[in-house]
Design a protein around this ligand. Structure first.
Ligand code: ZN
Length: 80
């Protein structure tokens, strides 16, 4: 189920090329999400210097876990 949020960035999520691979170094699984590379790097995942980072299911989960503590802070934006 897609998460509804007022964040434009999240709205772009999911528009990924078919067959895109996870950008995390050493992974290479099929990507399910594309996110800002900067955000993914900030979360501590090892992706290259691209603007967009593609994440597989597992790494997207990991990304969400790592950004969990920011969620509360961002919650107010979600209610828009
Ligand atoms: Zn991955």
């Amino acid at each position: 189920m897609p998460q509804t949020s007022g964040k434009g960035e999240v709205l772009n999520v999911g528009r990924i090329d078919k067959g895109a691979k996870c950008s995390v170094s050493g992974c290479g699984l099929e990507a399910v999400r594309s996110l800002s590379g900067e955000k993914v790097r900030t979360a501590g995942l090892k992706v290259g210097n691209e603007k967009r980072a593609y994440l597989c299911k597992g790494h997207y989960k990991e990304y969400k876990k790592k950004t969990k503590k920011d969620k509360q802070f961002e919650k107010w934006r979600y209610s828009a």
